[in-house]
Design a protein around this ligand. Sequence first.
Ligand code: ATP
Length: 262
Amino acid sequence: MSSQSTVVGSAPLLEVRDVIQRFGGITAVDGASITVRAGTVHGLIGPNGAGKTTFFDCIAGIRRPVGGTILLDGHDVTNESSVRRARRGLRRTFQRQQVFGWLSVEDNVLLAVEWHGGGGGMIGDLLGLPSRRRRERERRERVEAVLERCGLLRLRNELAGGLSIGELRRVELARAIVDSPRLLLLDEPTSGLEDHEIEELGEILDQLAGTDDCGVLLIEHHIPFVMRHSAEVSVLELGRLIAHGTPEEIMRNEAVQDAYLS
Ligand SMILES: Nc1ncnc2c1ncn2[C@@H]1O[C@H](COP(=O)(O)OP(=O)(O)OP(=O)(O)O)[C@@H](O)[C@H]1O
């Protein structure tokens, strides 16, 4: 790697070491390593086809890397399923939004709580147990809070299928953060957003990291956004990490300028 990083900070939350992923003859990720610290945003940038999304897929457990290790909160999750990693608090958004168009905004978010295990169970449902009713109330409050945080309260009863791209991105974000993730992987979250929405997204990210102590790994082509909101930045080119450092170090790095920023 061509940069000497001066990054220091909180304890590692995600440690990815020497991950390799291939598609036939293409090595999409070629021995890449990265550390995401709790309570910080880590930007991951690089040209189209650099391997960023494939790297995410390996971290989320959607693809099993052919080499390397992935530690989440100190646990080796390299061979764990995506469901198990989600139970450990890993959440992810996608380049193409994954919401249910035939459900309301609120139900989309409620469903995310159910899937992540906040529903309380079928037996409690059937018997109408007090614990179940309390959990249901807490769940509704949590959803309400996240709708407000993502600027979605006024849209809560709208069908998701009728929303703009910017609104859909916010629904997806609300689904990802509704149950306080430990680690959030965001794949090009500013894509399709208006300037004021990008600004609001930045505030949500700062809050998630600073107040909620969540670690965020951010794939993004909007370089000013990455530099403004990340504590550290890694640069991927042809599956290899060519630089890592603070935003200032990355902006000054000649190899990064040549490969990507010029
Ligand atoms: N399912 C697949 N089958 C075959 N090749 C793939 C597959 N997915 C990705 N690739 C290849 O792996 C390489 C890395 O792709 P990837 O989508 O991870 O890059 P990226 O950095 O996320 O790009 P972008 O910024 O355009 O989203 C590319 O050469 C791509 O063509």
